[in-house]
Design a protein around this ligand. Sequence first.
Ligand code: ASP
Length: 346
Amino acid sequence: MKSARKPHILIIYTGGTIGMIENPETHTLQPFDFTHLIDNVPKIKMLDYIIENIQFNPPLDSSDMNPKYWMEMARAIEDNFDRFDGFVVLHGTDTMSYTASALSFMLENLHKPVIITGSQLPIGEVRTDGEENLITALQIAAATDINDAPMVQEVAILFENYLWRGNRSTKMSADNFNAFKSNNYPPLAKIGLGIHFNEEALMRAVVKRPLKVRYAMDTNVMFLDLNPGIPEEILRHQLSAPGIKGIVLKTFGAGNAPTYLWFLDAIHDAVERGIVIVNVTQCVNGGVHTKRYLSGDRLAAAGVISGHDMTSEAAITKLMYLFGLGLPPAEVRKYLECSLCGEVTL
Ligand code: ASP
């Protein structure tokens, strides 16, 4: 039975192009306040929802995003979790996939929608995509299934024509309105004349547990992006970065890397020192198959964990989350090989 109660939605405005205006002197776009944003979308009133908001002060260009702000978002969601049916996070597109991945790990046992959106053009511009994205995100946050349960029970990104699982998404374009994609997972919904949910792809917990927020994210992690010709000194220098605990190694093709002895030795030495190295592909689509080629197999033999088809955004935030839990390297390695919230196909 569908309830007649009005949906209660909390908007968390963190910044991003959606709320920016042009600085008349420099002509660059700069974050602006929420009142300006909402004044530009009078249609919101037609939704007949109860909407409240929290805004970051000051709003951010998402290039300044870091775990301190993820904590702020998670806190806003936890503090208001029981009062609202869903949450819409307005965020810059540049690091949106990192935030979506991070929140998916931090918000354990999530069973309400956290829909992240933004836009390519500011909401004050005539051809803006922001108005439609905001309204659709609100509708998705309010959507329920036939049992009156939230249709979306996870962190997702809504952008233009698609809803994507947050920890499967990647920013694909700096120009197109359809800026995001999950290259290894189907869309959670397609948006056309209607919003068509792909119910088979949506996350459903087997047992519903209370929300548990994990605030600590350990930032002693980094990407190491391979290129042909990488010199030994540079590789060893990167693998010896002070304080480093985890590395996302971005490899060629199906998870392949050079087979030179010095290369494999350097990787093996780092693993022996307790650094957790996870292998993700530089390809936009597909994943790591360490048994397909000798080069991938050697990397695995040196102690590198397969990231399978995880995005690099999910892999790096998963490392932050697992080390943030205070787990020793052996446990981090174990959980990297598990799907915690739908981030990887095993
Ligand atoms: N630089 C902006 C940001 O990420 C880009 C955007 O929102 O599209 O905050």
